[in-house]
Design a protein around this ligand. Structure first.
Ligand SMILES: [Zn+2]
Length: 439
């Protein structure tokens, strides 16, 4: 079984290397002149109908004009995308950029006790580049060890390595022995210390939130139920009491941070929504009562359909085994049904893939799965642009192609409303006004 999975992985890594060679970042030398982009079609991310033959002017990394008749700066460079469809840079609200993805390399299951933290961070450098080249110009990293995500974010911000704009959570918070903890080892192995996210009771939780913020977290992530890839807990059971969740959310919001709650099971989802979390990640077993709670509280759902698909496949291929495989097989079909219920029920949905459960840079497929499971193509595009920007609190800066916003742009070779799979291989990627991919 492992032999087989290794061969598949080797093939996957060859594909990735080839892609990387085709699009070394950045694709063009920095050009300080204004840029004029000729877009054959523009889908601006607001949900408005596509517009043909649009000019987009970019100066100093920002969009300064969009329209059919705009003033063209005298000395400019022209990018001709008149045969393509231009969209806002994609946003993935749920990634784990640092460390190995599930199944990567030999003995990946023991990576937590074998890999140096620096190895995880360096893998993160590669993963950030692959993510950007796939058209994802912003990501929210919801959980990493050793603050490697915060280090990666800082190096991207400084321009030391290429990557998407990144919001980072630091360590995920969770109960002792829950999904966010490392279980099934003898005492002393991977028992977390202070600042590593595991906290019980309101005051320990408040301290952990403050410690993540002190180290530079932009957002707080916690586990409100069990999960698939943890030992010793059922996937759906609630983790943290209502009192604990309220304390966590109150403290995070006092520090100006939003809260993302990992939650599969209905009971934990409802308690988390009532406690005021900003998004539920996965949301695999929603019922009608949960749907109306989402709507009443304005809570976002981040469905991670790719993660559900990936763990189901990994269970069947023997990449994950035992209890984790059982949980994967159990939860995946329920999650698809739950997503459909949320779409029909008018829940606010932001795209999030859980890249890290599978290889980075492939998460354009999340758009495809959203459409296959009941969303319209335009609705899916808005979920991965404007809505995700709104969830991240960045709508003033990104998420749509409008004057004044950051020049994060993607182009695909055709009409994604007819064929959503076009978004899985963008032919052009601009981030902060710099071109990272152009074919
Ligand atoms: Zn995740």
């Amino acid at each position: 079984m492992m032999e087989k999975s290794r061969r598949i992985l080797l093939f996957a890594s060859i594909v990735l290397v080839t892609l990387a060679g085709a699009a070394a970042a950045p694709a063009a030398a920095p050009d300080s002149r204004p840029t004029v982009i000729r877009a054959g079609t523009l889908i601006d991310g607001t949900g408005s109908a596509p517009v043909k033959n649009v000019l987009i002017v970019v100066e100093k990394g920002r969009i300064t004009a969009v329209g059919k008749n705009v003033e063209i700066p005298a000395d400019h460079r022209l990018i001709d995308l008149s045969g393509q469809t231009v969209l806002p840079g994609f946003i993935d609200a749920h990634v784990h950029l640092v460390g190995r993805h599930i199944g990567e390399g030999e003995d990946w299951e023991n990576s937590a006790v074998r890999d140096l933290p620096q190895e995880g961070a360096i893998r993160g450098v590669r993963n950030a580049r692959l993510t950007l080249e796939a058209g994802f110009t912003t990501v929210r990293n919801v959980g990493a060890d050793h603050y490697s995500d915060i280090a990666l974010r800082n190096m991207i911000d400084e321009g030391v390595v290429p990557g998407p704009r990144m919001l980072a959570a630091g360590h995920s918070l969770g109960i002792t022995g829950g999904h966010c903890d490392n279980n099934a080892y003898i005492p002393g192995i991977l028992d977390p210390g202070e600042g590593q996210g595991i906290a019980d009771g309101p005051w320990e939780i408040v301290k952990e939130v403050r410690l993540q913020v002190k180290r530079g977290a932009d957002v707080i992530k916690f586990c409100a139920t069990g999960g698939v890839l943890s030992e010793g807990d059922a996937v759906g059971i609630q983790q943290y009491t209502a009192e604990e969740m309220r304390a966590l959310v109150e403290e995070a919001h006092l520090t100006g941070r939003r809260v993302a709650a990992h939650a599969h099971g209905n009971a934990g989802i409802k308690v988390a929504v009532k406690a005021g979390v900003d998004s539920i990640e996965h949301g695999s077993e929603l019922d009608r009562e949960a749907i109306s709670l989402f709507r009443r509280h304005g809570t976002y759902l981040v469905p991670t359909l790719m993660a559900q698909e990936a763990v189901e496949r990994q269970a069947k291929e023997g990449i994950i085994t035992g209890l984790r495989a059982e949980k994967a097989i159990y939860i995946a079909p329920r999650a698809r049904k739950s997503f459909r219920l949320a779409v029909d029920g008018g829940v606010k949905i932001a795209l999030g893939s859980d890249a890290g459960v599978f290889a980075h840079g492939t998460q354009g497929r999340e758009f495809v799965l959203m459409v296959e499971n009941g969303m319209g193509p335009m609705q899916a595009i808005v979920a991965g642009t404007r809505s995700a920007a709104d969830l991240l609190g960045l709508l003033a800066e990104i998420g749509t192609v409008e004057t004044g916003k950051v020049a994060d742009l993607v182009a695909v070779a055709g009409d994604p409303l007819r064929d959503i799979s076009l978004v899985t291989h963008p032919v052009f990627v601009m981030h902060d006004g710099t071109v990272y991919r152009q074919e």
